[in-house]
Write a protein that binds this ligand. Structure first.
Ligand code: NAD
Ligand code: WQD
Length: 366
């Protein structure tokens, strides 16, 4: 017995795959579309190993509206979308902004049009804390509440801001049109989930982050240092105004983040809020050195690092104020930084080739 059907774009990626797992565990039917640009279909096997259910999967580019139409037509029971598919490398977005606008903005346009044609009315969108830009430019905006004025500082962030606006305009128009036609406006809803820094892996050790290219995020880079793929971590700046001079971020365990999507979707279905933004973060800031120490503890030895100049575009502090999500969604991050580091290390040790290898033997024997 399913409770609903969800199309998950980008569902073989890092956050999408964990959300697909959370949805299946909550008895949703899951249909994934992903073009595997930054992921592997092996994750479908891992999801099935963990929960005994397998999402349906279509290799599909979200900029291919016709193909999206076919997927919706083949699954007329889909009544919700969770939209992860995107390009997400901040640095690269400065080099190839048009690629980012094409996939992130035009791809979302195709998705929304296709949803409209098939009368799919709820969308949960992967936004990002990056839409806030540098919140330290305002007084009293750290930790960052949703009311903080938006001001992204790179093309990737601009695409997220643009898509937030597009979804807001679309849902508001659909509500207005429904009202005018004497129909219920309640069915049209959108959640803009602004996440902070996702971290960690599945505690089983068989599901985790496996980007196709060179990682650029702190924890995957630290993991590479731990397995000897990288000699040392470069700490980008130790002259920030923080307790140890390194920059502060809000690292949220991937299981908490995935659960946040499930809860946000249920909230749209049960409470019909229209369009609403929620921060998904822990509310606790950690410095780069906090992370080096926490991950070194998980690994059981010191990891080599060296201080380098600040990275262009980095800001001092991106810590969430998660009160709105705590109160309105009843969602709260439960896992600790130590959990995230221990789980990431288990995944890294168990799967040196990521998803390009079979799952660890003991799992296949179960
Ligand atoms: P990811 O790269 O692991 O997942 C994105 C997925 O989208 C990949 O599987 C990729 O193959 C797919 N994809 C890319 N282009 C596509 C296209 N044209 N058509 C279909 N599929 C396509 O990234 P993630 O970390 O899981 O991020 C998921 C979402 O969350 C993204 O929208 C990202 O911008 C957002 N986000 C990520 C972070 C983060 O730090 N990881 C933080 C905030 C927001
Ligand atoms: C974290 C901290 C670095 C690498 C990015 C995107 C953001 C969101 C999450 C998608 C920073 C420091 C890093 C290294 C370091 N993604 N660092 N040495 O930049 O906070 O956020 O991912 O929406 O939009 O910008 O994450 O993991 O790159 O960096 O010292 O080799 O680690 O300076 O303080 P960031 P990150």
């Amino acid at each position: 017995m399913t409770v609903g059907s969800v199309l998950v774009t980008g569902g073989t990626g890092y956050i999408g795959s964990f959300t697909a797992l959370a949805l299946l565990e909550a008895d949703y039917k899951v249909v994934i579309v992903d073009n595997l640009y930054n992921s592997s279909a092996e994750v479908l096997n891992r999801i099935e190993l963990i929960c005994g259910k397998r999402p349906e999967y279509y290799q599909c580019d979200i900029t291919d509206e016709k193909k999206l139409d076919e997927v919706f037509a083949a699954h007329s029971d889909i009544d919700n979308v969770i939209h992860f598919a995107a390009l997400k490398a901040v640095g690269e977005s400065g080099e190839k902004p048009l690629d980012y606008y094409h996939v992130n903005v035009y791809g979302t346009l195709c998705l929304l049009r296709s949803m409209k044609k098939h009368h799919v009315t709820n969308i949960v969108f992967s936004s990002s804390a990056t839409v806030y830009g540098d919140a330290t430019r305002f007084p009293n905006m750290i930790p960052i509440p949703e009311e903080c004025p938006l001001g992204p500082t790179n093309p990737y962030g601009n695409t997220k801001f643009c898509v937030e606006t597009m979804i807001t305009d679309h849902i508001n128009a659909e509500r207005y049109n429904a009202q005018k036609a004497g129909k219920s406006e309640e069915e049209f809803n959108g959640a803009l989930l602004r996440y902070f820094n996702p971290a960690g892996s599945h505690p089983s050790g068989i599901m985790g982050e496996d980007p196709q290219g060179v990682p650029y995020n702190l924890l995957p880079l630290l993991a590479q240092v731990a397995v000897g793929k990288r000699e040392k971590l470069l700490v980008f700046g130790d002259d920030y105004n923080s307790k140890d001079g390194t920059a502060i971020r809000d690292y949220i365990h991937i299981l908490d983040l995935a659960r946040g999507h499930l809860i946000a979707l249920n909230h749209l279905r049960d409470h019909h809020p229209g369009v609403r933004a929620w921060n998904l973060g822990t509310g606790k800031g950690s410095t780069v050195y906090d992370m080096v120490n926490a991950f070194s503890t998980a690994v059981g030895r010191d990891l080599k690092y060296e201080v380098a100049p600040r990275r262009q575009g980095d800001v001092l502090d991106l810590t969430a104020n998660p009160t709105r999500a705590n109160k309105e969604l009843g969602w709260k991050a439960e896992f600790t930084l130590e959990d995230a580091c221990a789980d990431l290390w288990r995944w890294t040790e168990n799967n040196p080739q990521g998803y390009r290898q079979d799952p660890p033997k003991e799992f296949l024997e179960k």
